[in-house]
Design a protein around this ligand. Structure first.
Ligand SMILES: [Cu+2]
Length: 303
């Protein structure tokens, strides 16, 4: 059957645009399963929608669709919940979601946050047992405060042997669970939402031999860092221009349900985002070699 080529191209383009636009469809980037309710703690998960592929061809394109995604063997994550406000970057967002002003901390907007201190009330917790994607995990903790800043989880072979997340011949979605705390907006704040951006890496190959392969890892965060420099492992093959576009991050979006003060109008109310700073990502996102539980076991390591 002869198809109209222009129509076919248009259809592919529209589908790709739709996938990038919603981020929720099958084969979507890694995201967060649920939207939390203001003031209520809960359990959710990262949704690992596909295995690692190079982003040399833009996701959704015919070239990318022809690539076989790698199975996922490990996942690591870093949350923006440090007590040191320097470890996170907070933006006020405009109506289009673009990052405008940078804020030093969330003390004007989030209950329990004091000036000069970070967002420690995120309440990150680890989950073991039913529903975890991989059998092995270690918390990435601040060595001094013991606060959970992220985690590393992998399929094995040690200390326990588990299955990889299979991505071929069909793609399976993996759910990597975590706990979050009760977060509330200050009654005096004009913030409408808080987008908690979390750096997540899905690892598909390990060891130094894979270091140059663009399909060894998918690094889900809005920009490269000093350590994560390979654009082909990022959400797309081009850097985001944060002055014109909303960068991609796996995001836990807390939408305000408590009343805004009467002084808040359509023009002076705003959305907020918080993300881990580069140095923190570089510190906690790689999975170090080491003996369990101090680090992932043995010589293979994910970095
Ligand atoms: Cu994707």
């Amino acid at each position: 059957m002869i198809q109209n080529k222009t129509l076919k191209k248009l259809t592919v383009y529209t589908l790709a645009t739709l996938m990038v636009g919603t981020g929720q469809l099958a084969l979507a980037h890694t995201g967060v399963k649920d939207r939390p309710v203001e003031g209520t703690a809960g359990y959710t998960a990262f949704t690992v929608g596909h295995g690692c592929t190079t982003n040399a061809a833009a996701e959704g394109s015919a070239e990318a669709a022809a690539l076989v995604p790698q199975n996922v063997i490990a996942v690591s994550a870093v949350f923006p919940n440090s007590a040191d406000p320097q470890d996170a970057v907070i933006y006020k967002l405009d109506a289009a979601g673009l990052q405008t002003t940078t804020l030093p901390d969330l003390s004007n907007d989030i209950d329990g946050v004091t000036a000069g201190v970070g967002f420690t009330g995120l309440g990150v917790g680890l989950i073991a047992g039913g529903g975890t994607l991989f059998p092995n995990f270690i918390p990435a903790i601040n060595p001094t405060t013991k606060a959970i800043r992220g985690f590393h989880t992998w399929s094995g072979p040690s200390p326990y042997k588990g299955a990889d997340l299979q991505e071929s011949p069909v793609s399976m979605t993996g759910l990597v669970p975590f706990r979050y705390g009760a977060i509330k907006f200050k009654s005096t704040s004009c913030a409408k939402s808080l987008k908690i951006r979390i750096a997540v890496a899905n690892w598909c190959k390990r060891g130094t031999a894979s270091k140059k392969d663009a399909d060894r890892v998918d690094v889900w965060m809005g920009h490269t860092t000093a350590k994560f420099t390979d654009q082909l492992t990022m959400p797309r093959n081009l850097p985001y221009d944060a002055t014109k576009e909303v960068p991609f991050w796996p995001t836990l979006t807390l939408t305000r349900t408590s009343a805004l003060p009467a002084t808040c109008t359509a023009t002076n109310s705003y959305d907020l985002s918080i993300e881990p700073a580069d140095a923190d990502i570089d510190k906690y996102l790689p999975i170090p070699a080491g003996k369990f539980p101090a680090g992932a076991p043995g010589t293979p390591f994910y970095n």
